[in-house]
Design a protein around this ligand. Sequence first.
Ligand code: SAM
Length: 385
Amino acid sequence: MYSVGNSIIKKEVQDYINANLTTDLHALLLKKSPFPDVSMLEIVQQIKGKQTAQKKFPFLLKEGIIFPPQLNLEQASSEKTAEYKSQILTGNKLIDLTSGFGIDAFYLSQNFNEVTLVEQNQPLLNVVKHNWTVLGRKATFIHQNLEDFLQANKDYFNSIYLDPARRDSNKNKVFLLEDLSPDILEIREKLLDSADQVVIKLSPLIDLKYLVSALPGIFRIEIIAVKNDVKEVVIFLSKEKKAGILVNCINLESGETVFTFTFGEEESAQAGYSEPEKFIYIPNNSILKAGIFNLISERFGLNKLHPNTHLYTSGQKINDFPGRVFSMETIESKQIKKKEQFNIISKNYPLKPEDIKKKYAIKDGGKDYLIFTQSKKGKIILKSV
Ligand SMILES: C[S@@+](CC[C@H](N)C(=O)[O-])C[C@H]1O[C@@H](n2cnc3c(N)ncnc32)[C@H](O)[C@@H]1O
């Protein structure tokens, strides 16, 4: 636990913090704080907070905002994904049972009349309370363990939001619901008794088939990527039985790309197969995460290169394809000249891009692409034209 004193927001302290935003923090930590009532550790915490905010939540780069320790910054959602979630979640009463640094709650609060934040970490909740006052946003702040809160709660909400923390940071382990704090399976019934819908943010590592079988009541799933990097899997649960599970695969880039399907559609979808034609299609990662490899072929009338190669092809160009489209030709490996510059993509191919670059003495980058992959006939190399 930690505390951030009021002295941190004094003008001279904030000026010192702003003047050291690019200073080497290890060196700074060895120095003595110029302020008697603020430690160097607290100063460095604020610098790290501002550095993180520049990339992750620029709306907090405001005078008077204070930042919690690194772990809470890391656990917080980004402004970009929180903003997207605020567009799909509206209503009268919202409760965020795992407030954390309150980034999700802040954005979600824009489209609700009444907002309650629950958090077990008191100093963290104090920071959030302070910041929301600075930002002019009202809410009810409750310092409590959420299980105790739910036990005593008599209130009913339109939406309950949860962003559980990972108990175990071992990235190589299979991702299970039991690894989360709180344990969703344990409190599921209580949650569903207290709201029309329960919305839970989960790691992009979670397996969707496992999720749907382990957690009854899911009626909607959002797979959210930012710049083609899958950041969140957000699930909607309700007590009411709904037909089918709607899945939205989102890519937030300059705009927003959405691909929608119903869970289970993949099972009956049929993929067509062919050797590469003029156009090669790579679906967005949020779609690949959904594992709808046959459905993509069927929906867009594209052929797949191989059952295990998630590349698609067609003689026609589809302009609204949710992913990248390349115009390409098949080449022989001897056509690759040493020191030529290419971006390398390797899909269902035994060598990684790094190994390919070494093997063919290719320079990385530029505007041209080489794709190393397999069609049904065997290994092939494609070059952008
Ligand atoms: C991943 S963070 C939430 C981040 C938040 N969504 C944001 O955007 O800033 C999870 C938070 O849930 C809190 N938490 C975990 N288990 C809890 C429990 N049983 N009761 C109350 N809070 C809990 C943790 O203290 C942590 O701050």
